[in-house]
Design a protein around this ligand. Structure first.
Ligand code: FAD
Length: 481
Protein backbone atom coordinates (compact mmCIF):
# COMPACT_ATOMS: atom_id res chain seq x y z
CA UNK A 1 0.00 0.00 0.00
CA UNK A 2 1.36 3.45 -0.94
CA UNK A 3 2.09 5.83 1.87
CA UNK A 4 0.07 9.06 1.98
CA UNK A 5 1.44 12.57 2.23
CA UNK A 6 -0.08 14.55 5.08
CA UNK A 7 -1.45 17.97 4.24
CA UNK A 8 -1.51 20.01 7.45
CA UNK A 9 -4.26 22.58 6.96
CA UNK A 10 -3.76 25.81 8.90
CA UNK A 11 -5.01 29.20 7.72
CA UNK A 12 -5.37 28.07 4.11
CA UNK A 13 -8.86 26.56 4.09
CA UNK A 14 -9.27 26.02 0.35
CA UNK A 15 -8.54 23.51 -2.41
CA UNK A 16 -7.73 25.77 -5.37
CA UNK A 17 -4.44 27.62 -5.86
CA UNK A 18 -2.97 25.84 -2.87
CA UNK A 19 0.72 25.12 -3.54
CA UNK A 20 1.11 22.69 -0.61
CA UNK A 21 -1.97 20.69 -1.65
CA UNK A 22 -0.77 20.59 -5.26
CA UNK A 23 2.65 19.33 -4.19
CA UNK A 24 1.05 16.70 -1.95
CA UNK A 25 -1.31 15.57 -4.73
CA UNK A 26 1.61 15.16 -7.12
CA UNK A 27 3.14 12.66 -4.70
CA UNK A 28 0.03 10.42 -4.52
CA UNK A 29 -2.60 9.98 -1.82
CA UNK A 30 -3.25 12.97 0.45
CA UNK A 31 -4.41 12.82 4.06
CA UNK A 32 -5.78 16.30 4.89
CA UNK A 33 -5.81 17.21 8.58
CA UNK A 34 -6.67 20.35 10.54
CA UNK A 35 -5.33 20.50 14.08
CA UNK A 36 -7.07 22.72 16.61
CA UNK A 37 -4.11 23.92 18.65
CA UNK A 38 -5.08 27.20 20.23
CA UNK A 39 -2.49 26.78 22.99
CA UNK A 40 0.26 27.33 20.42
CA UNK A 41 -1.18 30.76 19.60
CA UNK A 42 -1.26 31.85 23.26
CA UNK A 43 -2.75 35.35 23.55
CA UNK A 44 -3.37 35.33 19.81
CA UNK A 45 -5.69 32.34 19.68
CA UNK A 46 -8.70 33.30 17.52
CA UNK A 47 -11.20 35.61 19.19
CA UNK A 48 -14.94 34.94 19.43
CA UNK A 49 -15.90 36.17 15.96
CA UNK A 50 -12.99 34.40 14.26
CA UNK A 51 -13.92 31.14 15.98
CA UNK A 52 -17.42 31.41 14.51
CA UNK A 53 -15.92 31.89 11.05
CA UNK A 54 -13.44 29.07 11.57
CA UNK A 55 -16.28 26.68 12.44
CA UNK A 56 -18.19 27.46 9.27
CA UNK A 57 -15.09 27.56 7.10
CA UNK A 58 -14.02 24.11 8.29
CA UNK A 59 -17.54 22.80 7.65
CA UNK A 60 -17.35 24.17 4.11
CA UNK A 61 -13.92 22.61 3.53
CA UNK A 62 -15.22 19.28 4.86
CA UNK A 63 -18.06 19.43 2.34
CA UNK A 64 -15.73 20.27 -0.56
CA UNK A 65 -13.35 17.44 0.27
CA UNK A 66 -16.21 14.98 0.77
CA UNK A 67 -17.68 15.99 -2.59
CA UNK A 68 -14.36 14.86 -4.10
CA UNK A 69 -14.35 11.54 -2.28
CA UNK A 70 -12.09 12.41 0.66
CA UNK A 71 -12.52 13.34 4.29
CA UNK A 72 -11.00 16.19 6.30
CA UNK A 73 -9.52 14.82 9.49
CA UNK A 74 -10.14 17.04 12.51
CA UNK A 75 -7.88 16.62 15.51
CA UNK A 76 -7.10 18.77 18.53
CA UNK A 77 -3.96 19.01 20.65
CA UNK A 78 -0.32 19.83 20.15
CA UNK A 79 0.20 20.03 16.38
CA UNK A 80 3.61 18.35 16.37
CA UNK A 81 2.40 15.40 18.48
CA UNK A 82 -0.77 14.90 16.41
CA UNK A 83 1.17 15.01 13.13
CA UNK A 84 3.90 12.66 14.40
CA UNK A 85 1.24 10.20 15.60
CA UNK A 86 -0.54 10.30 12.23
CA UNK A 87 2.73 9.74 10.37
CA UNK A 88 3.49 6.74 12.51
CA UNK A 89 0.00 5.33 12.03
CA UNK A 90 -0.17 5.80 8.26
CA UNK A 91 3.51 5.40 7.39
CA UNK A 92 3.61 8.94 5.94
CA UNK A 93 7.10 10.38 5.87
CA UNK A 94 6.27 13.88 4.71
CA UNK A 95 4.01 16.62 6.06
CA UNK A 96 3.26 19.60 3.81
CA UNK A 97 1.80 22.91 4.94
CA UNK A 98 1.36 26.55 3.96
CA UNK A 99 3.69 28.99 5.65
CA UNK A 100 2.29 31.44 8.21
CA UNK A 101 3.93 34.67 9.29
CA UNK A 102 2.63 35.43 12.78
CA UNK A 103 5.54 35.18 15.25
CA UNK A 104 3.80 32.40 17.23
CA UNK A 105 3.00 30.47 14.04
CA UNK A 106 6.55 30.78 12.74
CA UNK A 107 7.78 29.45 16.12
CA UNK A 108 5.22 26.66 15.87
CA UNK A 109 6.56 25.67 12.42
CA UNK A 110 10.08 25.50 13.79
CA UNK A 111 8.94 23.38 16.75
CA UNK A 112 6.89 21.00 14.57
CA UNK A 113 9.78 20.76 12.12
CA UNK A 114 12.03 19.64 15.00
CA UNK A 115 9.47 17.19 16.45
CA UNK A 116 8.92 15.54 13.07
CA UNK A 117 12.62 15.51 12.21
CA UNK A 118 13.24 13.50 15.39
CA UNK A 119 10.98 10.80 13.89
CA UNK A 120 12.68 11.04 10.49
CA UNK A 121 9.76 12.91 8.94
CA UNK A 122 10.11 15.95 6.71
CA UNK A 123 8.00 19.12 7.15
CA UNK A 124 7.83 21.07 3.87
CA UNK A 125 6.48 24.62 3.81
CA UNK A 126 4.90 26.40 0.84
CA UNK A 127 3.73 29.93 0.09
CA UNK A 128 0.27 30.91 -1.07
CA UNK A 129 -0.92 33.31 1.62
CA UNK A 130 0.79 36.34 0.06
CA UNK A 131 1.59 37.67 -3.40
CA UNK A 132 5.24 38.07 -2.48
CA UNK A 133 7.15 36.22 0.21
CA UNK A 134 8.68 38.45 2.91
CA UNK A 135 12.30 39.00 1.99
CA UNK A 136 11.63 38.83 -1.74
CA UNK A 137 10.83 42.57 -1.94
CA UNK A 138 13.52 44.70 -0.30
CA UNK A 139 15.03 48.15 -0.69
CA UNK A 140 18.09 48.55 -2.91
CA UNK A 141 20.16 48.35 0.25
CA UNK A 142 18.61 44.96 1.06
CA UNK A 143 16.49 46.23 3.96
CA UNK A 144 12.77 45.80 4.56
CA UNK A 145 10.63 48.69 3.37
CA UNK A 146 9.11 50.84 6.10
CA UNK A 147 7.13 53.09 3.76
CA UNK A 148 4.22 51.79 1.72
CA UNK A 149 4.56 53.65 -1.61
CA UNK A 150 8.09 52.47 -2.53
CA UNK A 151 7.24 49.00 -1.18
CA UNK A 152 4.24 48.77 -3.46
CA UNK A 153 6.17 50.17 -6.42
CA UNK A 154 8.78 47.45 -5.91
CA UNK A 155 6.05 44.78 -5.61
CA UNK A 156 4.50 45.94 -8.87
CA UNK A 157 7.76 45.22 -10.68
CA UNK A 158 7.52 41.53 -9.71
CA UNK A 159 5.60 39.15 -11.97
CA UNK A 160 2.66 37.22 -10.55
CA UNK A 161 2.08 33.83 -12.17
CA UNK A 162 -1.42 32.56 -13.00
CA UNK A 163 -2.73 29.92 -10.58
CA UNK A 164 -2.69 26.40 -12.02
CA UNK A 165 -5.75 24.18 -12.32
CA UNK A 166 -6.74 21.99 -9.39
CA UNK A 167 -4.78 18.74 -9.80
CA UNK A 168 -6.28 15.25 -9.78
CA UNK A 169 -6.80 14.43 -6.10
CA UNK A 170 -6.71 11.02 -4.51
CA UNK A 171 -7.29 10.81 -0.79
CA UNK A 172 -6.31 8.73 2.14
CA UNK A 173 -8.86 8.72 4.96
CA UNK A 174 -8.47 8.08 8.65
CA UNK A 175 -11.23 7.22 11.09
CA UNK A 176 -9.85 9.13 14.07
CA UNK A 177 -11.58 12.44 13.32
CA UNK A 178 -13.13 14.47 16.10
CA UNK A 179 -16.52 16.07 15.50
CA UNK A 180 -16.50 19.75 14.55
CA UNK A 181 -19.56 20.39 16.75
CA UNK A 182 -17.64 19.11 19.78
CA UNK A 183 -15.11 21.91 19.40
CA UNK A 184 -17.83 24.42 20.34
CA UNK A 185 -16.35 27.21 18.25
CA UNK A 186 -19.72 28.95 17.85
CA UNK A 187 -21.27 30.97 20.66
CA UNK A 188 -24.32 29.37 22.22
CA UNK A 189 -25.71 31.24 25.25
CA UNK A 190 -26.21 34.00 24.27
CA UNK A 191 -25.70 33.33 20.58
CA UNK A 192 -24.55 36.82 19.65
CA UNK A 193 -23.70 35.61 16.16
CA UNK A 194 -27.34 34.76 15.45
CA UNK A 195 -28.14 36.12 12.04
CA UNK A 196 -24.56 36.19 10.74
CA UNK A 197 -25.29 33.26 8.44
CA UNK A 198 -27.57 35.53 6.43
CA UNK A 199 -24.73 38.05 6.03
CA UNK A 200 -21.73 35.87 5.32
CA UNK A 201 -20.92 32.67 3.45
CA UNK A 202 -17.68 31.34 4.93
CA UNK A 203 -15.78 28.92 2.72
CA UNK A 204 -14.08 28.79 -0.66
CA UNK A 205 -17.28 28.93 -2.74
CA UNK A 206 -18.54 31.93 -0.76
CA UNK A 207 -15.21 33.70 -1.29
CA UNK A 208 -15.23 33.10 -5.04
CA UNK A 209 -18.82 34.28 -5.33
CA UNK A 210 -18.08 37.44 -3.36
CA UNK A 211 -15.11 38.29 -5.55
CA UNK A 212 -17.03 37.73 -8.78
CA UNK A 213 -20.03 39.76 -7.54
CA UNK A 214 -17.75 42.55 -6.40
CA UNK A 215 -15.95 42.75 -9.74
CA UNK A 216 -19.17 42.58 -11.74
CA UNK A 217 -21.25 44.96 -9.65
CA UNK A 218 -19.22 47.23 -7.40
CA UNK A 219 -15.60 47.64 -8.39
CA UNK A 220 -16.36 50.32 -10.98
CA UNK A 221 -17.33 52.68 -8.14
CA UNK A 222 -14.59 51.53 -5.76
CA UNK A 223 -12.24 54.49 -6.14
CA UNK A 224 -15.04 57.03 -5.61
CA UNK A 225 -17.16 55.29 -3.01
CA UNK A 226 -14.88 53.08 -0.94
CA UNK A 227 -14.87 55.67 1.84
CA UNK A 228 -18.65 55.84 2.14
CA UNK A 229 -19.76 53.35 4.79
CA UNK A 230 -23.42 53.42 3.76
CA UNK A 231 -22.60 52.07 0.29
CA UNK A 232 -21.70 48.52 -0.63
CA UNK A 233 -18.60 49.68 -2.46
CA UNK A 234 -15.88 47.48 -0.95
CA UNK A 235 -15.33 43.76 -1.47
CA UNK A 236 -15.80 42.42 2.10
CA UNK A 237 -13.28 39.78 1.17
CA UNK A 238 -11.21 40.34 4.31
CA UNK A 239 -12.48 37.37 6.41
CA UNK A 240 -12.16 35.09 3.37
CA UNK A 241 -8.60 36.27 2.72
CA UNK A 242 -7.71 36.01 6.38
CA UNK A 243 -8.83 32.38 6.59
CA UNK A 244 -7.15 31.51 3.31
CA UNK A 245 -10.38 30.57 1.55
CA UNK A 246 -9.17 32.52 -1.44
CA UNK A 247 -5.56 33.31 -2.28
CA UNK A 248 -4.45 36.88 -2.97
CA UNK A 249 -3.10 35.56 -6.27
CA UNK A 250 -6.57 34.38 -7.31
CA UNK A 251 -7.91 37.85 -6.50
CA UNK A 252 -5.06 39.50 -8.34
CA UNK A 253 -5.42 37.47 -11.51
CA UNK A 254 -9.18 38.03 -11.73
CA UNK A 255 -8.53 41.75 -11.28
CA UNK A 256 -6.06 41.70 -14.16
CA UNK A 257 -8.58 39.88 -16.35
CA UNK A 258 -11.29 42.35 -15.37
CA UNK A 259 -9.11 45.32 -16.37
CA UNK A 260 -8.38 43.72 -19.73
CA UNK A 261 -12.08 43.28 -20.51
CA UNK A 262 -13.32 46.52 -18.87
CA UNK A 263 -10.76 49.27 -19.53
CA UNK A 264 -13.19 51.81 -18.01
CA UNK A 265 -12.74 50.07 -14.65
CA UNK A 266 -8.93 50.16 -14.86
CA UNK A 267 -8.28 52.86 -12.26
CA UNK A 268 -10.85 51.55 -9.81
CA UNK A 269 -9.41 48.03 -10.01
CA UNK A 270 -5.88 49.40 -9.57
CA UNK A 271 -7.02 51.18 -6.42
CA UNK A 272 -8.52 47.95 -5.13
CA UNK A 273 -5.31 46.07 -5.95
CA UNK A 274 -3.32 48.62 -3.99
CA UNK A 275 -5.42 47.79 -0.92
CA UNK A 276 -4.24 44.22 -1.29
CA UNK A 277 -0.83 45.89 -1.24
CA UNK A 278 -1.53 47.18 2.29
CA UNK A 279 -2.25 43.61 3.33
CA UNK A 280 1.10 42.55 1.86
CA UNK A 281 2.88 45.48 3.52
CA UNK A 282 1.42 44.55 6.92
CA UNK A 283 2.63 40.97 6.60
CA UNK A 284 6.10 41.98 5.48
CA UNK A 285 6.32 44.40 8.40
CA UNK A 286 5.16 41.73 10.84
CA UNK A 287 7.74 39.30 9.50
CA UNK A 288 10.61 41.73 9.99
CA UNK A 289 9.27 43.50 13.09
CA UNK A 290 7.46 40.76 15.03
CA UNK A 291 6.92 43.04 18.03
CA UNK A 292 4.33 45.09 16.10
CA UNK A 293 1.17 43.58 17.66
CA UNK A 294 2.50 44.22 21.15
CA UNK A 295 4.87 47.17 21.24
CA UNK A 296 5.15 50.51 19.46
CA UNK A 297 7.10 50.34 16.21
CA UNK A 298 8.43 53.82 17.01
CA UNK A 299 10.14 53.36 20.33
CA UNK A 300 9.61 56.94 21.46
CA UNK A 301 5.94 56.04 21.95
CA UNK A 302 6.88 53.59 24.73
CA UNK A 303 6.18 56.12 27.50
CA UNK A 304 3.14 57.77 25.93
CA UNK A 305 0.91 59.12 28.71
CA UNK A 306 -2.21 57.05 28.05
CA UNK A 307 -5.15 57.69 30.38
CA UNK A 308 -6.77 54.25 30.00
CA UNK A 309 -10.13 55.14 31.57
CA UNK A 310 -11.98 51.80 31.90
CA UNK A 311 -15.43 53.36 31.84
CA UNK A 312 -14.63 55.30 28.67
CA UNK A 313 -13.31 52.12 27.06
CA UNK A 314 -16.56 50.30 27.92
CA UNK A 315 -18.65 53.09 26.42
CA UNK A 316 -16.56 52.97 23.24
CA UNK A 317 -16.93 49.19 23.01
CA UNK A 318 -20.70 49.38 23.46
CA UNK A 319 -21.20 52.24 20.99
CA UNK A 320 -22.30 54.77 23.63
CA UNK A 321 -19.80 57.61 23.26
CA UNK A 322 -22.40 60.15 22.16
CA UNK A 323 -20.61 60.61 18.81
CA UNK A 324 -22.96 59.02 16.27
CA UNK A 325 -20.42 57.96 13.63
CA UNK A 326 -18.25 56.32 16.30
CA UNK A 327 -21.22 54.58 17.92
CA UNK A 328 -22.58 53.44 14.55
CA UNK A 329 -19.25 51.79 13.74
CA UNK A 330 -18.95 50.04 17.09
CA UNK A 331 -22.49 48.73 16.80
CA UNK A 332 -21.98 47.58 13.22
CA UNK A 333 -18.95 45.65 14.48
CA UNK A 334 -20.87 44.03 17.33
CA UNK A 335 -23.85 43.10 15.23
CA UNK A 336 -22.13 41.93 12.04
CA UNK A 337 -18.52 41.07 12.94
CA UNK A 338 -17.35 43.68 10.44
CA UNK A 339 -16.76 47.43 10.30
CA UNK A 340 -16.18 49.59 7.25
CA UNK A 341 -12.54 50.71 6.82
CA UNK A 342 -13.24 54.45 7.00
CA UNK A 343 -15.17 53.95 10.23
CA UNK A 344 -12.41 51.70 11.63
CA UNK A 345 -10.07 54.66 11.20
CA UNK A 346 -12.52 57.04 12.87
CA UNK A 347 -13.27 54.84 15.89
CA UNK A 348 -9.61 53.94 16.33
CA UNK A 349 -8.55 57.58 16.21
CA UNK A 350 -11.31 58.42 18.69
CA UNK A 351 -10.15 55.76 21.14
CA UNK A 352 -6.45 56.64 20.97
CA UNK A 353 -6.71 60.40 20.65
CA UNK A 354 -10.02 61.62 22.11
CA UNK A 355 -10.08 59.06 24.92
CA UNK A 356 -6.27 58.69 25.22
CA UNK A 357 -6.70 54.95 25.55
CA UNK A 358 -3.84 52.66 24.56
CA UNK A 359 -4.18 51.29 21.01
CA UNK A 360 -3.65 47.80 22.43
CA UNK A 361 -7.08 48.00 24.10
CA UNK A 362 -8.67 48.71 20.74
CA UNK A 363 -6.56 46.06 19.06
CA UNK A 364 -7.74 43.51 21.65
CA UNK A 365 -11.42 44.43 21.20
CA UNK A 366 -11.12 44.17 17.44
CA UNK A 367 -9.29 40.87 17.87
CA UNK A 368 -12.29 39.44 19.66
CA UNK A 369 -15.06 40.97 17.58
CA UNK A 370 -13.82 41.16 13.97
CA UNK A 371 -14.43 38.24 11.64
CA UNK A 372 -11.30 39.31 9.75
CA UNK A 373 -9.17 39.81 12.91
CA UNK A 374 -5.67 39.46 11.56
CA UNK A 375 -2.47 39.86 13.55
CA UNK A 376 -0.63 41.68 10.77
CA UNK A 377 -3.37 44.00 9.48
CA UNK A 378 -4.87 44.71 12.89
CA UNK A 379 -1.59 45.46 14.65
CA UNK A 380 -0.21 47.57 11.81
CA UNK A 381 -3.48 49.48 11.36
CA UNK A 382 -3.86 50.31 15.04
CA UNK A 383 -0.28 51.56 15.16
CA UNK A 384 -0.87 53.49 11.95
CA UNK A 385 -3.79 55.33 13.54
CA UNK A 386 -2.04 55.87 16.87
CA UNK A 387 0.95 57.39 15.05
CA UNK A 388 3.45 54.89 16.46
CA UNK A 389 3.58 52.61 13.40
CA UNK A 390 5.64 52.38 10.23
CA UNK A 391 4.51 54.95 7.65
CA UNK A 392 1.91 56.01 10.22
CA UNK A 393 -0.61 58.83 10.18
CA UNK A 394 1.07 61.90 11.70
CA UNK A 395 0.32 62.27 15.41
CA UNK A 396 -1.34 65.64 14.90
CA UNK A 397 -3.92 64.22 12.50
CA UNK A 398 -6.86 63.89 14.86
CA UNK A 399 -10.05 62.92 13.07
CA UNK A 400 -12.93 65.19 13.96
CA UNK A 401 -15.81 62.71 14.43
CA UNK A 402 -18.38 65.36 13.52
CA UNK A 403 -16.86 66.47 10.22
CA UNK A 404 -15.86 62.89 9.34
CA UNK A 405 -19.50 61.91 9.78
CA UNK A 406 -20.72 64.87 7.75
CA UNK A 407 -18.24 64.16 4.97
CA UNK A 408 -18.51 60.39 4.65
CA UNK A 409 -22.10 59.86 5.80
CA UNK A 410 -23.57 63.07 4.45
CA UNK A 411 -27.13 61.84 4.17
CA UNK A 412 -26.86 59.92 7.42
CA UNK A 413 -27.88 56.52 6.07
CA UNK A 414 -25.13 54.74 7.98
CA UNK A 415 -25.77 56.44 11.31
CA UNK A 416 -29.53 56.05 11.00
CA UNK A 417 -29.11 52.35 10.36
CA UNK A 418 -26.92 51.62 13.38
CA UNK A 419 -28.09 54.32 15.80
CA UNK A 420 -31.82 54.21 15.12
CA UNK A 421 -32.77 56.08 18.30
CA UNK A 422 -31.62 59.34 16.69
CA UNK A 423 -32.81 58.55 13.17
CA UNK A 424 -35.50 61.25 13.35
CA UNK A 425 -32.96 64.07 13.74
CA UNK A 426 -32.52 66.31 10.69
CA UNK A 427 -29.28 65.70 8.75
CA UNK A 428 -27.88 68.95 10.11
CA UNK A 429 -27.80 67.62 13.69
CA UNK A 430 -27.38 63.92 13.06
CA UNK A 431 -23.61 64.00 13.64
CA UNK A 432 -23.84 66.45 16.56
CA UNK A 433 -27.12 65.70 18.38
CA UNK A 434 -26.14 67.90 21.33
CA UNK A 435 -26.46 70.97 19.10
CA UNK A 436 -30.08 70.21 18.22
CA UNK A 437 -32.44 73.03 19.25
CA UNK A 438 -34.80 72.10 22.10
CA UNK A 439 -37.96 72.36 19.97
CA UNK A 440 -36.59 69.86 17.43
CA UNK A 441 -35.57 67.49 20.20
CA UNK A 442 -39.04 67.75 21.65
CA UNK A 443 -40.68 67.26 18.28
CA UNK A 444 -38.58 64.14 17.55
CA UNK A 445 -39.12 62.74 21.05
CA UNK A 446 -35.37 62.61 21.75
CA UNK A 447 -34.08 63.41 25.24
CA UNK A 448 -30.32 63.67 25.35
CA UNK A 449 -28.70 61.43 27.92
CA UNK A 450 -31.83 59.31 28.00
CA UNK A 451 -32.56 58.39 24.41
CA UNK A 452 -28.93 58.81 23.40
CA UNK A 453 -25.80 59.73 25.46
CA UNK A 454 -24.33 63.21 25.74
CA UNK A 455 -20.81 63.26 24.20
CA UNK A 456 -18.31 61.48 26.42
CA UNK A 457 -15.72 64.23 25.83
CA UNK A 458 -15.91 67.65 24.25
CA UNK A 459 -14.18 67.49 20.86
CA UNK A 460 -12.01 70.62 21.06
CA UNK A 461 -10.81 69.96 24.60
CA UNK A 462 -10.10 66.31 23.83
CA UNK A 463 -8.20 67.30 20.71
CA UNK A 464 -6.02 69.71 22.68
CA UNK A 465 -5.38 67.08 25.38
CA UNK A 466 -4.28 64.64 22.67
CA UNK A 467 -1.95 67.21 21.12
CA UNK A 468 -0.46 67.93 24.56
CA UNK A 469 0.06 64.22 25.16
CA UNK A 470 1.73 63.79 21.78
CA UNK A 471 4.05 66.70 22.58
CA UNK A 472 5.69 64.45 25.18
CA UNK A 473 6.45 61.94 22.41
CA UNK A 474 8.05 64.69 20.37
CA UNK A 475 10.09 65.76 23.38
CA UNK A 476 11.27 62.21 24.10
CA UNK A 477 12.23 61.86 20.42
CA UNK A 478 14.22 65.08 20.61
CA UNK A 479 15.90 63.91 23.82
CA UNK A 480 16.86 60.60 22.20
CA UNK A 481 18.30 62.33 19.12
P1 FAD B 1 -11.52 46.23 0.49
O1 FAD B 1 -11.50 47.71 0.46
O2 FAD B 1 -12.39 45.53 -0.46
O3 FAD B 1 -10.00 45.78 0.31
C1 FAD B 1 -9.62 44.50 -0.24
C2 FAD B 1 -8.70 43.77 0.71
O4 FAD B 1 -7.50 44.50 0.89
C3 FAD B 1 -9.27 43.57 2.09
O5 FAD B 1 -10.13 42.47 2.15
C4 FAD B 1 -8.01 43.39 2.93
O6 FAD B 1 -7.52 42.08 2.85
C5 FAD B 1 -7.03 44.31 2.23
N1 FAD B 1 -6.98 45.62 2.89
C6 FAD B 1 -7.76 46.71 2.65
N2 FAD B 1 -7.38 47.74 3.43
C7 FAD B 1 -6.35 47.30 4.19
C8 FAD B 1 -5.53 47.90 5.19
N3 FAD B 1 -5.66 49.19 5.54
N4 FAD B 1 -4.57 47.15 5.77
C9 FAD B 1 -4.39 45.85 5.42
N5 FAD B 1 -5.14 45.23 4.47
C10 FAD B 1 -6.10 45.95 3.86
N6 FAD B 1 -8.05 44.32 8.00
C11 FAD B 1 -8.05 42.99 8.22
O7 FAD B 1 -8.12 42.21 7.26
N7 FAD B 1 -7.98 42.49 9.49
C12 FAD B 1 -7.92 43.30 10.59
O8 FAD B 1 -7.85 42.80 11.72
C13 FAD B 1 -7.95 44.70 10.38
N8 FAD B 1 -7.92 45.56 11.44
C14 FAD B 1 -7.96 46.90 11.21
C15 FAD B 1 -7.91 47.78 12.31
C16 FAD B 1 -7.95 49.15 12.11
C17 FAD B 1 -7.88 50.08 13.29
C18 FAD B 1 -8.04 49.67 10.80
C19 FAD B 1 -8.07 51.16 10.57
C20 FAD B 1 -8.06 48.83 9.71
C21 FAD B 1 -8.01 47.43 9.89
N9 FAD B 1 -8.03 46.54 8.80
C22 FAD B 1 -8.01 45.19 9.03
C23 FAD B 1 -7.91 47.03 7.41
C24 FAD B 1 -9.22 47.29 6.66
O9 FAD B 1 -10.09 48.06 7.44
C25 FAD B 1 -9.95 46.01 6.25
O10 FAD B 1 -9.05 45.14 5.59
C26 FAD B 1 -11.09 46.31 5.28
O11 FAD B 1 -12.00 47.19 5.88
C27 FAD B 1 -11.79 45.02 4.92
O12 FAD B 1 -12.92 45.29 4.13
P2 FAD B 1 -12.97 44.88 2.61
O13 FAD B 1 -12.56 43.46 2.46
O14 FAD B 1 -14.30 45.28 2.09
O15 FAD B 1 -11.83 45.80 2.00
Amino acid sequence: MSKPTILWYRQDLRLHDHPALRAAAEKGEVLPVFVLDHDAAGDWAPGGASRWWLHHSLAALQRSIEARGGRLLLRSGDSGSVLAELCEKTGAHEVLCSRRYEPWAAAQETAVHGQLADAGIELRRYGGALLHEPGSVLTQGGDPFKVFTPFWRACRREAIAEPRRLPELSWCTDASSEALEDWQLCPTEPNWAEGWEALWTPGEDGAQERLVDFLEQSVIAYADQRDLPATDATSRLSPHLHHGEISPRQVWVLCEQHKAVHPDAHDAVEKFQSELGWREFSYHLLHFFPQIPEAPFKENFADFPWKNDKDALRRWQRGRTGYPIVDAGMRELWQTGYMHNRVRMIVASFLCKHLLTHWREGEAWFWDTLLDADLASNGCSWQWVAGSGADAAPYFRIFNPITQGEKFDKEGHYVRRWVPEIAALPDKYLHCPWETPADILEHTGITLDETYPEPIVEHKAARQAALDAYETVKLSKAAAA
